[in-house]
Each structure stands twice: as structure tokens, then as C-alpha cells.
Design a protein around this ligand. Structure first.
Ligand code: ATP
Length: 244
């Protein structure tokens, strides 16, 4: 299996705060990897480093054989942000959000062409939001907003999808819909990383996982990473007992 995401010995500081300490992860193409850790464990920072938005003090990152900046420039990375990181009052429609995924594909005129409109329509259809295309993004439910951002990644034709807490604030039915969607994208060969701080609800759809606490505590098949011994060692018996 070829490696899609290869981070080696990545260390990131914000001033005096050590956010990532010698982090190495290796994720095969066509897999869903859970990025697990408590609040403040460095999950968002790892995503930012992978996207080239934070420059590591040390270490190297290759995404599909490219630097993060190059991968971003080629439109290979789609990011679904945490809900708190988005200004939902911003006056854009659902279709506008999805069209943002086409920006890297637009020609010199920067005007969407028929191919872009078709890609947006197909992405909306795939996530089940066709009927809501003209609605303001802020009027959608938590789960629908997540699906709109996933549609943006689909329209972008990104090979790598990073989802920051995609199941937070989402009801069970939407969670199942999103999980099904992600499985389908994985089966097409895309590589997906999903972060969560809620170790008690790590989605079954993850093939592998990384348990992060500034350092990589465990990295491998989901069952191994969620083994009670690993969790107890890291977080204490209380969390380990309730994890699955
Ligand atoms: N811009 C920043 N400036 C200073 N410190 C930061 C900054 N961003 C994050 N940190 C700190 O870096 C550490 C890792 O934060 P990060 O947001 O990556 O964790 P996280 O696991 O994503 O947490 P959460 O789930 O709460 O977002 C924390 O101690 C946090 O306070």
C-alpha cells in the first residue's frame, strides 16, 4: 500500500507552548485514520502542519510525495473545519460554499464554467443537499453544515480529506449519513483523517488511529490504539473503561 501522509519527527511550538513533540505518522492511501486526543493534545496543530499553515520547528512532512504547500497548491487537500472555527453569519449559500472547492479549477476569468457548476451540483447531490443549495449556510443544522463542507471537498476532487471533529454537535442520524459518505469516499481511494476528542465515540469506520498527547502515544489499527491498557496508561482507568 502506498503512503499518502508521511510526517516524521514533527515538532511545533507556539512561543513557549509545545504543541507537537517529535510526532511521526504514516498513513496509507485509501484509509480512514482517526486522530484521537483530549482537548489541547495537538490535533488541530497537526492538521495545520499537514496543510502547511503551521511551519514545524523540526521534522518533515510529505503528502502524496509533495510538500504540504505544494499539495495545497495542487488542491489535493480538503479541510472540514470545527464548527466553532466558522462564521456562520457570513452571507453565503450552501452552493457558494461548495463552489469554493472549484476555485483551484477556475480558468483565467475566475468565473465558474459549466463543468464547475456540474461538479457542484453532483457534489450537492452526493451529500443529499440539492434541495438546500440556495439556503444560507448558517440556516442549516450541524450535520447538514458538515455535509456541505464535505461536498466542497468532493467538488474540489481532493485526494486527502481532513475533518476536524466532524461528529461534534451532530445528531445520530446525520452521523450515520456522514459516516456512509466518508466510507464511499475512502472506497474511491481518498485518504481521510478524522479528529475527535471524544474517545468514547470513535467512529467504527476508522481503519487506523493515532492517539495524540503532544506525542504519538499509539499508532496502528483502531482496536490496538483503543486497547484499554493503552488508554489507561495515557488517560487513567476512567476513560479507558468507557471508551467502547
Ligand atoms: N495560535 C496558538 N497560539 C498559542 N498556543 C496555541 C495556539 N493554537 C494552539 N495552541 C496551544 O497548542 C496546544 C495544542 O492545541 P491544538 O488546538 O492543536 O489542540 P487540539 O487537540 O486540536 O485541541 P482542541 O480539540 O481543543 O481544538 C494547546 O496547548 C493550545 O493551547
Amino acid at each position: 500500500m502506498s503512503t499518502a501522509i508521511d510526517a516524521a519527527n514533527v515538532t511545533v511550538h507556539y512561543g513557549q507552548t509545545l504543541a507537537l513533540d517529535d510526532v511521526s505518522v504514516d498513513i496509507a492511501a485509501g484509509q480512514i485514520c482517526g486522530l484521537l486526543g483530549m482537548n489541547g493534545s495537538g490535533k488541530s496543530t497537526l492538521f495545520k502542519a499537514l496543510m502547511g499553515l503551521v511551519k514545524p520547528d523540526r521534522g518533515s512532512i510529505r503528502l502524496l510525495g509533495r510538500s504540504p504547500r505544494q499539495a495545497r497548491r495542487e488542491g489535493l487537500i480538503a479541510y472540514v473545519p470545527q464548527s466553532e472555527a466558522v462564521d456562520w453569519t457570513f452571507p453565503v449559500s450552501v452552493a457558494d460554499v461548495v463552489m469554493m472547492g472549484r476555485y483551484g479549477h477556475l480558468g483565467l476569468t475566475r468565473r465558474p464554467r459549466q463543468a464547475d457548476r456540474s461538479a457542484v451540483a453532483a457534489a450537492l447531490e452526493r451529500v443529499g443537499l440539492t434541495e438546500l443549495a440556495g439556503n444560507p449556510i448558517g440556516a442549516l443544522s450541524g450535520g447538514q453544515r458538515k455535509r456541505a463542507f464535505v461536498a466542497r471537498g468532493i467538488a474540489q476532487e481532493a485526494a486527502l480529506l481532513f475533518l476536524d471533529e466532524p461528529f461534534a454537535g451532530v445528531d445520530k442520524r446525520s452521523e450515520a449519513t456522514i459516516a456512509e459518505l466518508l466510507r464511499g469516499l475512502r472506497d474511491e481511494g481518498r485518504t481521510i483523517m478524522i479528529s475527535t476528542h471524544d474517545l468514547a465515540s470513535v467512529p467504527e469506520l476508522c481503519d487506523t488511529a493515532v492517539l495524540l498527547q503532544q506525542q504519538v502515544i499509539a499508532h496502528g489499527p483502531l482496536d490496538e490504539v483503543l486497547a484499554p491498557e493503552t488508554l489507561a496508561r495515557t488517560f487513567g482507568a476512567k476513560i479507558a473503561g468507557g471508551a467502547r
